[in-house]
Design a protein around this ligand. Structure first.
Ligand code: GUN
Length: 283
């Protein structure tokens, strides 16, 4: 059984990107990422801090805008308009979730697609749908998962992949990218009938639900590859995924741990997208 070490792979990618950043800087180009956070969501604060630190590590300028919980939509739209025009900003990321008074869809549409490093804008996600995303952005978490599989030399073409979770951030774009990569894809959700039987058919099982202990050993085909996107706190306050790691790792041929798996790769892919945005702006 192989542990798919997201930490090690993310470090490897950051090392590669650092070289690219140096190359850009030699040409007088400095990549910049603007991260916008609205409100006091505790998980968001940690994610934003991790993103900022990763930027610093590889030489990307990062600026974090922290707006208060009661911020009006208009004010956020104004800030995005300003960042869209700012040539020192290559990429813009608005951390989700947003407070209720702000229409998330409106915000996503307001971000210049050329700076949309989350790949949330319909123009960018539409390219993924059509399999045309290559020269632009990829959604960070799905891209991180495919990169783990690629760098671990796990074949995707012709494999049966079951994705549990259908969110716009992970499940849905991941399904498109796995289809584009040649897998036969089944997308399940919390209401799926016979989830266990469906999971048992998976050569590659990916869970992105946010429910600790959802994926148990009796749902895993012998030798399957298991990717855990879940980030949950258990009763003891420990960070755990969706997968019962101890038991499942006895049956799987490869598995991502939590922490130390997909999460760190998500951040690495954000850095990749930021460099892509920088190059796009300086073609
Ligand atoms: N909230 C949880 N995941 C993400 C992400 O990938 N991007 C943004 N912007 N917000 C998130």
């Amino acid at each position: 059984m192989k542990i798919l070490d997201g930490k090690k792979l993310a470090e490897e990618i950051k090392k590669e990107l650092k070289v690219e950043v140096l190359e850009l800087k030699k040409n007088g180009i400095v990549p910049g990422l603007a991260v916008v956070m609205v409100g006091d969501d505790e998980a968001s604060k940690i994610y934003v801090e991790n993103k900022k630190r990763a930027c610093e590590e590889i030489g990307i300028n990062s600026e974090v805008y922290e707006l208060e919980e009661k911020t009006e939509e208009e004010k956020l739209l104004k800030l995005i308009g300003k960042l869209n025009k700012d040539e020192t900003v290559s990429g813009i990321l608005v951390q989700l979730p947003l407070p209720k008074q702000i229409d998330k869809e409106k915000i996503i549409l307001a971000i210049d697609p050329k700076k949309d490093v989350d790949c949330f804008h319909p123009e960018n996600i539409g390219k993924i749908f059509l399999g045309l995303g290559q020269e632009k952005f990829f959604p960070c978490t799905p891209a991180g998962i495919l990169e783990i599989l690629k760098r671990s030399e796990i074949e995707i073409i012709g494999k049966d992949s079951v994705i549990v979770g259908r969110s716009n951030i992970v499940g849905k774009p991941l399904a498109l990218m796995m289809i584009n990569a040649g897998a036969t894809v089944t997308v399940c959700n919390s209401k799926t009938k016979n989830l266990k039987e469906k999971c048992l058919g998976a050569d590659i099982l990916i869970s992105a639900v946010g429910h600790a202990g959802l994926i148990t050993a009796d749902m895993i085909k012998q030798g399957a590859v298991v990717v855990d996107v879940g980030m949950n706190r258990n009763k003891e306050g420990k960070l755990v995924g969706d997968v019962d790691f101890l038991q499942v790792s006895k049956i799987a041929s490869a598995i991502t741990p939590v922490p130390g798996g997909v999460g760190l790769m998500t951040v690495a892919m954000l850095l990749c997208n930021t460099l892509r945005a920088t190059k796009l702006a300086n073609k």
